[in-house]
Every structure is written in structure tokens, then in C-alpha cells.
Design a binder for this molecule. Structure first.
Ligand SMILES: Cc1cc2nc3c(=O)[nH]c(=O)nc-3n(C[C@H](O)[C@H](O)[C@H](O)COP(=O)(O)OP(=O)(O)OC[C@H]3O[C@@H](n4cnc5c(N)ncnc54)[C@H](O)[C@@H]3O)c2cc1C
Length: 396
């Protein structure tokens, strides 16, 4: 089976194609016209968030039983690919909530937790966030030091998280904390649901970032923060299992990052093609545009390869296969490809590209961040190489 975009459309349902059509229309009519305004104000207008709710975008991958659209991984990334052709923060607003913010509950939560949180996330009434990173534990997530201690019928959390996306709008946070220092990541880390109004929980000011301006990250401070004992994701039986939950959530997040990179790269390529067409229309000879034409060919070739990786990994995941290694390879390749393409586009556009808030300049900044969050490129390389060594040992 071919894995180009058109062929892919043939392997999804009619219902999904109708949804995708609506999303494309929403992007063209509502999001694209305000992409620069959102970049400048660093805010998404509330009426657009409302429209996202009405389209069901906050529940893309949440099962229908919990009020979501129940899309497959492949379908979900096809939607993300479209949305990231405009301002990247639109995808972040929905994707973090529907993705890393709430997937831990979907994967490992109790039925009661699923019933309380997932329908509210799916409808967009509540936003979810994911709190793992700390000042001294980013890549080395097993090194987190936020502590949770059971005291009567509540857990008491102390510590600081940083760079937490959607912290300004989230009603609850999937929070990863240490419950047994002696066991570390294997058995000593637990995933909690911390609601915004938990006593002792404070959201700090927004970070000032180079990109993804309309998607805000914040510090979180837990100071003797009390959450009910039943807020352990999966209940008391899963105390100590939170690192596994976090890693499973990130496997999926890595494919979403790949989709964002592919969508952005496609838009950059489209802009470059339009530019060369304009030059030709204005009378320039093809021979004089050879450098630009070769750049187009290189961009299209890299994008094609990235898209095949992304789609085939999503299909494998939908078949229930373990894609830890493939998800990491996809994240490395797609996000680094998007940076290369944005760089080539900057060369082609020259002065027009370097202007602050030109389309290419915005993409160049935004796609750079994809290489950092949900695990940096270096960390993905460590995951891939460890897997290779493990598998070759098990074959020996
Ligand atoms: C826009 C954005 C949104 C984010 N949203 C969230 C969120 O919602 N929730 C959340 O929990 N976190 C979030 N993060 C945090 C993100 O996951 C971390 O920034 C990332 O994991 C890297 O951690 P760090 O920044 O502490 O860098 P560090 O871990 O300090 O790494 C610094 C550099 O050293 C390299 N490095 C580290 N260890 C090794 C090693 N062993 N071998 C080789 N190189 C290494 C890294 O690759 C990197 O280049 C977000 C970050 C960004 C930029």
C-alpha cells in the first residue's frame, strides 16, 4: 500500500474524511486569517476555542464511550498535520489536553476516573495538562524529586514542575511524583490527578519562549499540596507504577510531534513552491532559479520520507504493536526534517524570510521547539540505540 496523503485518505472511514473536510474548512476560514494576530497577541481568541469544542477537536482520540470522537492514531495525526499548517499553538491547545494531559487516565485510570475526567476533556469543558519535567529533571525524567506522601486519606505533594503546557487553562494536571525514593522509577513513582483548586497548588507566570507564542508553559509549585487518596491514576493498586504510565503517554506524544513537524514542513514547502511560481510568472528563467528548484526537490524528498515513517508507525500502533523504537525514530526524523526544510526555505526567501513574524521566520522558530519537548532528539537516539542493543542481545 502506498503511503502518500491521497492513498492514506483511502484507508480511513468516510466519517473521518467528512470530519477532516470540516477541519480543513475551519482552518482556512477561521484559523489561517488570524494566524499572525495570534502570534502577536500570544492568545487564541475564545470564540475560536469554542468552535474547536463544537467540532469535537478536544476529544479526537478519546473513545466514543467517554464522549470523544474515538479516532485511530492515524486519523488523529492526519488532523494534527492539517492544523499545524497554520499557527502551531492551535494544535498545542487541543493536542496537549486530548493527548499527554489525559491519556494517562485513559490508559491506566479507574473507570470512575475515566467517567469523571474524559467526557469533560472531550467536550472541551476542561483542559488537561501533563506535569513531569522539573528544574533538575527534564531528559532524565527518572530523576524527578517532587515527593508525594500518604497522610490519612490524602497525598501530600511537595516540589516544583516546569515548562508545563496549558497550565494557564488546565483544570487538572496528570502529575508524576516520587512515592518511594528507594525504588526510583521502577516501583517508586506514581501518577496523580491534581485538580487546579487543590490546596497548596500554585501556577507561576508564563515563560517567555522563542516560539509557540500562543501556547503557554508555566512553572507549578506544590507546597504541602493535598490531593485525595483516590486521585492516584488507576487507584492504590497502581501506586509505584506512574513512570510506566508517563512513558506510555509519551510514546503517543512523540507521534503527535512527528505530525506537527510534517504539517509545518508541508506548509513551508507550499510557500516555497508558490514563491518559485511567482518568480517564473514574473519572467525569470528556470535556469536562473536552479538553486531554488533543487531546494524544492530536496524538501519534497525529505518530507515524503518523513510522512511514510509517520503513517506506517501510526498504523503499527493502531494494530496494537509496540512502537517505542519507531515512535522515537519518527520523532527524530520528522522534527529534524522540519528544521532542515525551514532552514532551506529561509535561504530561498532571503530577506523576505528573515523579517520578524514573516511566515518562514515563525515556522523556523516553532519547529525548533518540536526537537525539544516530549523528549529531545538526543534522548530519542538513546531510546533507539538501547532498543537496538537489547534486541540484538535477545537474538544472540
Ligand atoms: C514548548 C515546550 C513545552 C513543554 N511542555 C511540557 C509539558 O507539558 N509537560 C512537561 O512535563 N514538560 C514539558 N516540557 C519540557 C520538556 O519535556 C523538556 O524541556 C525536555 O524533556 C528536555 O528537558 P530539559 O529542558 O530539562 O533539558 P535537559 O534535560 O537539561 O537537556 C539539555 C540538553 O542536554 C541533552 N541531554 C540530556 N541528557 C542527555 C544524555 N543522557 N545524553 C545526551 N544528551 C543529553 C538534551 O538532549 C538537551 O540537548 C516542554 C518543553 C517545551 C520546550
Amino acid at each position: 500500500m502506498g503511503l502518500g496523503r491521497d492513498e492514506m485518505d483511502k484507508s480511513v472511514s468516510e466519517d473521518f474524511l467528512r470530519l477532516k473536510q470540516q477541519v480543513v474548512q475551519f482552518i482556512e476560514q477561521d484559523l489561517e486569517p488570524v494566524h499572525l494576530q495570534v502570534e502577536e497577541s500570544a492568545e487564541i481568541p475564545e470564540h475560536l476555542v469554542d468552535k474547536m469544542r463544537r467540532l469535537g477537536l478536544f476529544g479526537l482520540s478519546i473513545p466514543r464511550d467517554y464522549g470523544g470522537l474515538g479516532l485511530t492514531t492515524l486519523e488523529e495525526i492526519l488532523i494534527y498535520e492539517e492544523i499545524t499548517k497554520t499557527n502551531a499553538c492551535f494544535r498545542s491547545r487541543i493536542g496537549t489536553s486530548n493527548g499527554i494531559g489525559s491519556m494517562g487516565i485513559l490508559y491506566d485510570g479507574t473507570e470512575e476516573q475515566k467517567r469523571r475526567y474524559l467526557p469533560r476533556v472531550a467536550s472541551g469543558e476542561w483542559t488537561a495538562a501533563f506535569a513531569l519535567t522539573e528544574p533538575d529533571a527534564g531528559s532524565d525524567a527518572a530523576n524527578i524529586s517532587t515527593q508525594a506522601v500518604l497522610d490519612g486519606d490524602s497525598w501530600v505533594l511537595n516540589g516544583t514542575k516546569q515548562f508545563i503546557t496549558n497550565a494557564d487553562t488546565a483544570q487538572f494536571f496528570t502529575t508524576i511524583a516520587v512515592t518511594d525514593e528507594t525504588k526510583g522509577a521502577s516501583g517508586g513513582v506514581t501518577a496523580f490527578i491534581v485538580e487546579r483548586d487543590a490546596p497548596g497548588f500554585v501556577v507561576g507566570p508564563a515563560d517567555v519562549k522563542m516560539g509557540l507564542k500562543g501556547s503557554h508553559t508555566h512553572e507549578l509549585v506544590f507546597k504541602d499540596c493535598r490531593v485525595p487518596a483516590e486521585n492516584v491514576i488507576g487507584g492504590m493498586a497502581r501506586v509505584g507504577q506512574g513512570f510506566k504510565t508517563a512513558m506510555r503517554v509519551l510514546d503517543k506524544g512523540r507521534l503527535s510531534m512527528g505530525a506537527c513537524a510534517v504539517g509545518a514542513a508541508q506548509k513551508v514547502l507550499d510557500l516555497c513552491v508558490e514563491r518559485v511560481q511567482r518568480e517564473l510568472a514574473s519572467g525569470m528563467a528556470k535556469a536562473d532559479l536552479q538553486a531554488e528548484m533543487f531546494a524544492l526537490a530536496d524538501m519534497a524528498t525529505q518530507l515524503y520520507a518523513a510522512r511514510q515513517m509517520l503513517y506506517s508507525t501510526a498504523i503499527k500502533k493502531d494494530e496494537g504493536r509496540n512502537v517505542t523504537q519507531e515512535a522515537s525514530m519518527t520523532k527524530i526524523f520528522c522534527t529534524e526534517m522540519a528544521s532542515r526544510i525551514a532552514g532551506l526555505a529561509m535561504d530561498s526567501f532571503g530577506e523576505e524570510g528573515i523579517l520578524t513574524r514573516s511566515r518562514i521566520e515563525i515556522f523556523l522558530r516553532d519547529v525548533r521547539l518540536y526537537r525539544i519537548y516530549e523528549g529531545t532528539s538526543e534522548i530519542q537516539r538513546i531510546i533507539v540505540s538501547r532498543n537496538l542493543l537489547k534486541n540484538s542481545r535477545s537474538r544472540a
